[in-house]
Ligand binder design. Structure first.
Ligand code: NOJ
Length: 515
């Protein structure tokens, strides 16, 4: 299909937590490779791999010490090539994470930068003198505290929007720009189908370094961060797109752009720039029909206006798992199933997070086992993201569940026995079975993949829309209303048993409509 990414379903693999091939308790590339048939059978179009580069692991791979190699814990470049070859053989695209906003403090460039103030690599970072005996301005780190750290040897501060071990690059520096073009080409030459760009709205900083006014409490999005979302980014992404377009096979970029203003996000996916941008608005919405409808419309209108597909995300490695956000337990289970049918019926590209297809809940990790820098840098005030990063329970039961032959890097709850891949494969009513059926239907249904979108009248507390391309498919979601009647047609898939052709609350259905 032309421009495959427009309606693709990409499956996020959190590399540390998917499958471990060498028994050290941490997931790796050979482990992933051995599980590719599972993903083919699930029916996704491709995978997005979180960073697997050499890393001191301060932010679990988002602190990169070398952009053109594989960390020995995750494998080798040969393992990467074999993974790409196998994935392509199975018809799966491979998208990798690129982390251009910051490096690790162990990257050669930063070590050079600290070695002496006149080293040319120092200009790749943002070093500035302090102000009034403190940091140069009031910018704060997303992980807590000031965004500046003093380099005692020189008396200057350097900028870090995340951990101090993740110094921000200065994108106004031309060496930074040319190095990243080489890095993109290195991976494009190895056959990757695209890149997920980390913190894609933040690469250039406001040159004036003006102070910011932060809302208290801080919000999930960064619209208020006047230091970022700078105009220089657009020509940069145009140049990246030109690089990718030199390669055959429709390589693509998806930007992690954490802004609530969807018109601002859409400016990054205008023709000739990025192909896709994450849309996190739905992910931060309550299980509330009116709010979800409003959010869906805001995104559709903004992306339609620039001719780009919307993207839809309900889970990733940075947020509390969906069944838990939606109430947990039986409520969470039902709502997660309904949300899956909503997600896979919306027009545009979809990102699924590993374990979402199993309905996994957030795990309460004991403090002494926590790993996320957010927990440590806020002195425990924010628990961090470990609870959504627990390894996948494949089979064989506790404690390692076939994830590893060793000890999983985060403990897998015993109760996940009932949710393991093996258990769900044996159960036609499982979340895994539902996701497989939905993905198979979406794959062979022109309306669901590329059809037009229209809201249908429906009672308060419900969502109903039709996708049409020759045939039509209706998606009805009963969020919190009395049982609702369904349109005439054939029920293709329902998340709960219907009560005399009525859809109960916390449930969703797809109906094939007669032309
Ligand atoms: C966004 C990533 O998803 C998150 O995991 C990471 O901590 C930050 N960017 C910093 O790289």
């Amino acid at each position: 299909m032309a421009e495959w990414w427009r309606s693709a379903v990409l499956y996020e693999i959190y590399v540390r937590s998917f499958a471990d091939g060498n028994g050290d308790g941490v997931g790796d590339l050979p482990g992933i490779r051995s599980r590719l048939p599972y993903l083919r059978d699930l029916g996704v179009d491709g995978i997005w791999l979180t960073p697997f580069y050499p890393t001191p692991d301060v932010d679990h791979g988002y602190d990169v010490a070398d952009y053109v190699d594989v960390d020995p814990r995750f494998g080798t470049l040969a393992d990467f090539d074999a993974l790409v070859a196998d994935a392509h053989e199975l018809g799966l695209r491979v998208v990798i994470d690129i982390v251009p906003n910051h490096t690790s403090d162990q990257h050669r460039w930063f070590r050079n930068a600290l070695s002496r103030p006149d080293h040319p690599d120092r200009a790749r970072y943002v070093f500035r003198p302090g102000r009034d005996g403190g940091p140069p301005n009031n910018w704060t780190s997303a992980f807590g505290g000031s965004a500046w750290k003093l380099d005692e040897a020189s008396g200057e501060y350097y900028l870090h929007f995340f951990a101090p071990e993740q110094p921000d690059l200065d994108w106004h520096n031309e060496d930074v720009q040319s190095s990243f073009e080489e890095i993109l080409r290195f991976w494009l030459d190895r056959g990757v189908d695209g890149f997920r760009i980390d913190v894609a709205q933040a690469l250039f900083k406001d040159r004036s370094l003006a102070d910011m006014n932060e809302p208290v409490p801080r919000t999930w999005h960064a619209d208020w961060v006047t230091a970022i979302n700078q105009p220089e980014l657009h020509p940069l992404y145009e140049s990246w797109r030109r690089v990718a377009d030199e390669y055959p096979g429709e390589r693509m970029f998806v930007g992690e752009i954490v802004l609530a203003d969807q018109d601002a996000v859409a400016r990054y996916v205008r023709p000739g720039q990025l192909n896709l941008a994450f849309n996190f608005t739905l992910l931060h919405e309550e299980w509330d029909a009116a709010a979800m409808r409003e959010t869906i419309d805001r995104s559709r209108v903004a992306f339609d206006a620039v001719g780009a597909p919307a993207t839809w995300v309900f889970e990733n490695h940075d947020v509390v798992r969906l069944p838990t956000r939606y109430g947990g337990g039986e409520d969470g289970r039902r709502r997660a199933r309904a949300a899956a049918l909503l997600l896979l019926a919306l027009p545009g590209a979809v990102f699924l997070y590993e374990g979402q297809e199993l309905g996994l809940e957030e795990v309460e990790i004991p403090d002494e086992l926590r790993q996320d820098p957010i927990f440590f840098r806020t002195n425990g005030a924010r628990t961090g993201r470990d609870g959504c990063r627990v390894p996948i329970p494949w089979d064989g039961g506790p404690p390692s569940f076939g994830f590893t032959t060793g000890k999983p890097w985060l403990p897998i709850p015993d109760e996940w026995n009932a949710l393991s891949v093996a258990a769900q494969q044996a159960d036609d009513e499982s979340m895994l079975a539902l996701c497989r059926q939905a993905l198979a239907l979406r794959r062979r249904s022109p309306p669901l993949r590329e059809g037009s979108f229209r809201w249908e009248p429906s009672p308060t507390g419900t969502l109903a829309f039709t996708r049409e391309s020759g045939d039509s498919v209706a998606c009805v979601v009963n969020v919190d209303a009395d049982p609702v009647s369904l349109p005439e047609g054939r029920v293709l898939l329902a998340t709960e048993p219907l009560v005399g052709r009525r859809l109960p609350r916390d449930a969703a259905v797809w109906v094939g409509l007669r032309p």
